[in-house]
Ligand binder design. Structure first.
Ligand code: ADP
Ligand code: ZN
Ligand code: ZN
Length: 755
């Protein structure tokens, strides 16, 4: 039927409908009514009548054209705009990024769009609030002292921060200083502070900029800055890797390059893993750049997050700091994406689309003609191999930047020797002696255990039965208070009095946990004040920050914890770091186990002697010859890299090969086994037909944890040299799974490594 062109000027939008459970992964065309013409662009979020009942449904505009694809009688009008051209811009590029994510990571378009384009839930007034001190310094100090004596930590913390800064943005006070609204109300009633509210979002406050905070860069830092800047100016390489040991002053390099970017009228995104995004770090940026900064963190509501993005789009800020999701800040002229601690596993998304922020950042930078700066003391094997091959620029910082700071001395202790000597405690003689000395000198120590819980698992001495989770293929962990907990699904039960298998009453715990370390340390050093930081002590809302600030105020002598304590925190009075069992993380069935162990050990060691005091690190291990341990002890990344890359070569693992892993889960074991056999056979046929000699298929095999929350889990690995081959296989697998009834009850996710 010929299209009628009675309305020659009609404009139409291609729209992705925001419904995820239906398999509607394609666009629908709608007419843009006259009055919306100017307000709708690619990336706009709109409401359209959808389906038989014309139900008002949210949709994303992914394209605009003047060609009608339907017959004219069936076209419907867009009924409402949720995000118009004024509040956001640059979404056309974000839509392109979403399309790339859909292709690369195998999600639906709507999942990808929801990830990159923020939507306002409810229209609300945008409020900008600041907290300021309204008494003079003397009175503030007096009150501060009283709070301190009464151990009113939150009040003290806020007063101290305000004494230093005068005025602080409200979201920073709530989000990063972890001050409750009750505390704010109290201090306001006491007429110590004032909360200033503005209904428009222009900021009223000015954090005092401290020009002196701009450090004179040392020679290495200067060289890195100039080299990276030149690389970008000459448009040789988009991505640079800044490989600098802990404390070498990477943040100063970031800030200098951000400064130059801003002076060119462009904006910057700074990605920092949430766990390392401390108040101190954020303040360093505020002090240098003033109020044209915004932060995003997990404590912001969807609406607050959206407001930050609107401010960014409106040109009110130049820098966005935050974890993974800050990558999608809609800046009008994005110039630079900095990714600190680029090796961190939290940059990998756990939900669909399962994107890696490093790859997505580089892709986004290509679309925006921006640059990417990756920073780490222990670069991922992926990034370092790309830097060595010349794909990324490579810059090194080899010395600690602060004048008095030096790398700590490291000692490895063989725990097998300790056993032979008859020492059955968690603390070797060496570590115990070092602790004693540290406490005598009134300095602080950190004890790091790559594991949580009390006594690992519980097993029967008579029949060997291990108490396991009824829903997962893992043992339950014993916790104090005689609870048993599953760390994978949250299942809890009381500690059994006898063996459920044979009835024997001889049940005993194996392995060590942070609680047991705490008990041992308290026994050995009854005078010392001990803090413990793990999943259990940080469950409550402010737990994490409270413990860290207490420790940094020297309210405790020893901090015991899991990996949380080793990331990015700067405690100048810590002179001793003890790693209790370095090899715990070596024996996980993951090709990255050695890399993760090396990273953790290096980071842990990097905590010692950050200030002017010399640091000491004691690494206890049952495996003192393992290269991940020995190279971490001498802080020799390159030696580790050489060793590790040779194993990756042998095993054909990334980054040597690209790898696609297909993770499949299902509540029925037989059904899953069956489906996996078909899947592997299909993959093998594709390989054969397409003559992909280089492609290798491994599995199907049970995942390292074969059941979680009543879901059986299996995996298929496909390795290849070329990205193209894996993409082809993945697309065919997706189609096969979609049309095949035998996959109706399974859940499939894909992970692409090193794409
Ligand atoms: P990284 O991010 O590499 O771990 P930071 O940027 O946090 O290192 O710097 C570590 C410490 O050294 C900080 O206290 C910082 O203020 C200080 N610092 C950095 N650069 C310099 C410099 N050029 N001169 C003096 N101190 C510096
Ligand atoms: Zn038994
Ligand atoms: Zn469980």
């Amino acid at each position: 039927m010929p299209l009628r062109h009675s309305k020659m000027t009609d404009v139409f939008a291609d729209i992705i409908i925001d419904i995820s459970h239906e398999k509607l992964d394609h666009t629908f065309q709608y007419r843009i009514p006259e009055q919306f013409r100017e307000k709708i662009c690619t990336g706009s979020v709109v409401v359209v009548p959808f389906g038989k009942g014309n139900r008002p449904t949210k949709g994303y505009v992914v394209g605009i054209s003047e060609t009608l694809k339907l017959d004219a009688g069936r076209i419907k009008d867009i009924s409402e705009i949720l995000t118009d051209t004024e509040s956001l811009n640059g979404e056309d590029r974000l839509v392109t990024l979403a399309a790339w994510m859909r292709e690369t990571y195998g999600s639906t378009m709507i999942q990808a769009l929801r990830t990159v384009i923020p939507v306002k839930k409810k229209v609300q007034k945008r409020i900008s609030r600041t907290v300021s001190l309204i008494v003079d310094q003397e009175e503030a100090l007096d009150r501060l002292n009283i709070f301190r004596k009464k151990h009113q930590n939150a009040r003290e913390r806020l007063m101290l921060a305000l004494l230093e800064e005068g005025e602080l943005p409200y979201e920073l006070v709530i989000g990063k200083l972890h001050i409750s609204t009750a505390t704010l109300k109290y201090l306001e009633q006491e007429q110590l502070i004032h909360i200033h509210t503005e209904t428009e979002y222009r900021r009223a406050f000015q954090v005092a900029r401290h020009p002196d905070i701009r450090r004179t860069l040392n020679a290495e830092q200067r060289e890195a800055v100039e080299g990276i800047w030149q690389q970008w100016k000459e448009r040789q390489k988009r991505t640079a890797l800044l490989f600098g040991i802990t404390g070498s002053g990477k943040t100063e390099v970031y800030m200098e390059l951000i400064d130059r970017t801003i002076r060119e009228g462009r904006q910057a995104i700074v990605l920092i893993p949430e766990i390392a995004l401390t108040y101190q770090t954020v303040m360093r940026f505020y002090r240098r750049f003033g109020d044209r900064i915004s932060i995003i963190h997990s404590r912001l509501s969807a609406g607050e997050r959206y407001d930050q993005f609107v401010r960014a789009a409106a040109g009110e800020i130049d820098i966005m700091i935050g974890p993974r999701s800050a990558l999608f800040t809609p800046f009008p002229h994005l110039g630079l994406i900095v990714m600190d601690e680029e090796h961190e596993s939290s940059y990998q998304s756990e939900t669909m689309p399962r994107y890696h922020a490093r790859e997505a950042a580089i892709r986004r930078a290509e679309l925006e003609n921006a640059s990417v700066l990756l920073g780490s003391a222990t670069p991922s094997l992926e990034s370092y191999s790309r830097a060595l091959s010349g794909e990324y620029g490579l810059y090194r910082l080899t010395m600690r930047a602060a004048a008095q700071s030096h790398l700590p001395s490291v000692e490895i202790v063989d725990l097998r020797e300790e056993l032979r000597k008859g020492n059955r405690t968690i603390l070797s003689d060496t570590l115990r002696e070092n602790l004693t000395e540290t406490l005598e000198r009134k300095q602080q120590a950190m004890l790091f255990l790559n594991r949580r819980g009390y006594a690992g698992f519980l097993s029967c001495r008579s029949c060997g039965q291990v108490i396991t989770c009824p829903h997962c293929d893992v043992s339950l962990s014993v916790h104090r208070g005689s609870r048993m907990v599953c760390h994978y699904c949250g299942y809890e039960q009381p500690r059994p009095k006898s063996c459920p298998n044979c009835g024997s009453e001889f049940l005993s715990g194996f392995g060590i946990g942070t609680q047991q370390v705490e008990d041992t340390v308290k026994n050995l050093f009854p005078e010392a004040k001990v803090l413990r930081m793990d999943m259990d002590t940080t469950r409550e809302k402010d737990g994490h920050e409270k413990i860290l600030s207490a420790f940094s105020n020297h309210e405790a002598d020893i901090l015991i914890g899991t990996q949380m304590i080793v990331k990015g925190h700067d405690f100048p009075a810590v002179t001793l770091v003890g790693v209790l069992a370095a090899d715990l993380s070596l024996h996980t069935p993951d090709y990255r186990a050695a890399e993760r162990t090396f990273q953790l050990l290096t980071q842990a060691a990097g905590r010692a002697g950050r200030g002017e005091l010399a640091g000491k690190v004691v690494i206890q291990t049952y495996d003192p010859e393992h290269y991940a341990v020995t190279t971490a002890a001498v802080q020799d990344y390159e030696a580790f890299y050489r060793e590790e890359i040779s194993y990756r070569l042998l095993g054909n693992y990334p980054p040597v090969r690209r790898m696609l892993s297909v993770h499949v889960s299902c509540p029925e074991e037989d059904y899953l086994n069956h489906a996996m056999e078909y899947l592997a056979a299909f993959a093998a046929r594709v390989k054969e037909q397409k003559q992909m000699q280089e492609v290798a298929i491994f599995g199907p095999a049970p995942e390292s944890i074969a059941k979680i929350a009543d879901q059986y889990r299996m995996v298929l690995y496909i390795k290849a040299e070329k990205k193209q081959e894996l993409s082809v296989i993945k697309q065919l697998l997706e189609k096969y799974i979609e049309i095949n009834r035998g996959f109706e009850r399974v859940n499939v996710t894909y992970d692409l490594h090193q794409m």
